[in-house]
Design a binder for this molecule. Structure first.
Ligand code: SF4
Length: 409
């Protein structure tokens, strides 16, 4: 382990979206096992740890230009995984260090105004609500900013983000003289149209309102009136992954029976509201189906699942020994034994050297040869921050009545 295990709070900020929506989940999940760490989560944890080491170096004045490239090739153990720092990971971490350095410079502050991996608590709201902010910049009688690194690919909104609001309220208790507030999400791998950084400013009055809402939410979680409320927040809930939440199972069963059993009628009934209602349940149903399969696999691995058995899975054919196969094939077919393939832009970029210098040289020499193709459209909710694609077919049809009138046909 690269760091001591952090004890999770009962009202952890990272699960805040869940317990502020479904007040019953805390009671249901109290004794359920934590979900297993995936390699993606372990990789993110290692990136956080390297960023922390580098920021500490900068703060202590040991190495003011410390870069994650110093760690490329190093292997860290996290959960059951060995994670090797790659150039791509180093780039992502350096982007975070640059963000902190630039924000400090903009405010005219130094690294002693930066807290790194700082525990914040919601004192006065609940002793069981606390967490660790990746970074906090505090300006005396001025601005308070909290930073959150997220190394996943899904865009996470900074605005109204419960996890970040909890960190911000906790930080505001530590620095009560601050009077303007901002949360910043850094997501190097997410395709956010505005870039890897999401920002959201919130005023003091709104922060107090959020604090009161959190207090009420925790009160409800603790009460006999706690209620199950299903929604997108069920995704990582142990109640869903352990298949013990009957509310979720009922909701899915009802949706599948009521809405989908009659799907062709739904789709042809020109009833957009019904389609939207069914569409919103699709991720939850898919998640539930995945959880059912994983749960069934676990039972079958450890014992019996009536009517099912575990069997070996087979992958694609591969050479037992690539050198020996190449020798034999090239003797028979010469150059036809090989596939000669142009390197991808990402692979070719490495030919130009490491880090920002390599990227710069690559863009200079090869930028005009590179394009980012669109691979299709995807349906998202209107509050998604990406711009809507202009539907050319719809536009063309809009023009028809005008054309008909003009041509008098
Ligand atoms: S699965 Fe959803 S409804 Fe059930 S306890 Fe968890 S958050 Fe609540």
């Amino acid at each position: 382990m690269i760091e001591e295990e952090k004890k999770h709070a009962k009202y952890a900020p990272s699960t805040g979206k869940r317990w502020t929506n479904c007040s019953k989940c805390i009671q249901l999940c109290e004794n359920l096992p934590e979900s297993e760490t995936s390699i993606y989560a372990a990789t993110g944890t290692v990136q956080h740890a390297v960023a922390e080491l580098l920021l500490q170096d900068r703060k202590k004045g040991r190495n003011k230009i410390a870069s994650a490239y110093d760690y490329v090739g190093e292997v860290f153990e996290e959960a059951d995984f060995e994670i090797k720092i790659t150039e791509n990971m180093a780039d992502a971490i350096d982007g975070y260090l640059d963000l902190i350095a630039q924000d400090l410079a903009k405010l005219g502050l130094a690294y002693n105004n930066l807290d790194i991996e700082k525990q914040v608590r919601l004192d006065g709201v609940s002793a069981d609500c606390y967490g660790t902010a990746d970074a906090i910049i505090h300006q005396d009688f001025g601005k308070l900013t909290i930073y959150d690194e997220k190394y996943g690919q899904n865009i996470v909104e900074a605005k109204d983000n419960t996890q970040l609001i909890i960190y911000l309220i906790g930080a505001s208790i530590l620095y009560p003289d601050c009077d303007t507030f901002e949360v910043v999400i850094y997501q190097p791998y997410a395709k956010r149209p505005s870039g890897p950084i999401g920002r959201w400013a919130v005023c003091k009055d709104d922060l107090l309102l959020y604090r009161e809402r959190l207090r009420m939410a925790i009160k409800e979680c603790e009460s006999d009136d706690a209620k199950f409320v299903t929604g997108p927040w069920c995704k990582w809930c142990p109640g869903a992954t352990e298949q013990v939440c009957t509310a979720l199972a009922d909701d899915i069963y009802k949706t599948v029976i009521d809405d989908f059993s009659n799907a062709p009628a739904v789709l042809t009934a020109a009833n957009p509201a019904k389609i939207v209602s069914a569409l919103e349940k699709v991720p939850m149903i898919m998640q539930w189906c995945t959880a059912v399969k994983e749960y069934a696999n676990r039972i079958a691995e450890n014992g019996d699942l009536p009517g099912y058995k575990m069997v070996e899975k087979y992958g694609n054919r591969k050479w037992k020994n690539e050198d020996a196969a190449l020798d034999a094939l090239s003797q028979m077919y010469g150059a036809d034994a090989y596939n000669k393939k142009l390197k991808s832009p990402a692979q070719a970029e490495k030919l130009f050297g490491k880090g920002k210098k390599g990227k710069y040289e690559f863009n200079l020499e090869m930028g005009s040869y590179v394009e980012i193709p669109m691979t299709g459209k995807t349906l998202v909710k209107c509050d998604d921050i990406r711009l809507a694609v202009k539907d050319s077919v719809k536009e063309d049809f809009k023009a028809i009545p005008k054309l008909v009138k003009e041509l008098d046909i």
